[in-house]
Design a protein around this ligand. Sequence first.
Ligand code: NAP
Length: 308
Amino acid sequence: MHDFDVIILGAGPAGLAAGIYAARGGLSALIIENKAPGGQASLTAKVENYPGVQEASGFDLAFAMLNQAKSFGVKVKTGTVSNLVLKGKDKRVVLANGKEFTCGSIIIATGAASRPLGVEGELQLVGKGVSYCATCDGMFFKDKTVAVVGGGNTAVEDALYLEKLASKVCLIHRRNELRADKILADRIKSSSVEILWDSVVVGLVADDKLTEIKVKNVKNDSLSAVSVDGLFVAVGQIPNTSFLENADEKPRLTDAGYIVADEEMRTSIDGVFAAGDVREKSLRQIITACADGAIAANSAIKHLQNKQ
Ligand code: NAP
């Protein structure tokens, strides 16, 4: 007899959707989250591509998912996973506070985190001008000058969000074409955001706080200094899989550290599933995370039925 039928690691959209589908499918489910529920979605200022929801804050959408999961009986606990037994029929999740839970199936939905730029002094300046979350920290830069680095959806959304707060926003992208969706790319091109194409940040200048960034044009190697109060880094993600180091067996990972799972969200370990941004996939969106979570829960249900 296990403590839970399924334990879900991560309370972002993938984990919450997995919880909803698992509970409605008759499983007892525990979600373990090491930060606040909602994952990266809850840091998104405006979601307008989740069907049926014209516009919502990411926080509100994630909070609604959390309440929905709880309403079906899903248990949600805060904790950091320190050890995992993934092999075999009896799986075990050990938390850093010493608590342990057994289960018949595990869904890994731990998502991904912001990738640092890798420029000297960057991490020491976090909270002193460098940020990875425009919706969290944008207010600190009201009527100030900021730069955003990156050319993906996050960078463009962040730049557009900051445009409403800061006196000047500049977007720095290493190529001459944005990776962001066309609708966002069109929006930024008609905004007041200045775009520095073919450019990378190579240095940070600070006294106590960030004052200036050194920008290199990769086409002609010219260097320029841009005075800024804030630098928002939005250069992609790294999957949250470091907790797997202490597992008795690791599911197969890609070179970049994403978990390899098939269409049924099955990993290389029987009874262990992966869902959402932590999984190797082509489109990382709230809707695809939710879809992964639903499929993973369905696969967990089938897995447990076959083991009976
Ligand atoms: P992303 O799509 O991987 O984009 C990362 C951007 O950073 C790219 O433009 C990349 O340049 C640039 N970059 C990477 N490393 C760099 C470096 N060392 N120096 C300078 N630039 C660097 O990441 P994301 O924007 O965080 O989005 C992650 C996922 O979430 C994506 O699947 C995205 O579609 C999704 N998302 C969706 C929405 C939405 O639909 N509203 C919002 C946010 C995020 P290159 O283009 O040259 O590679």
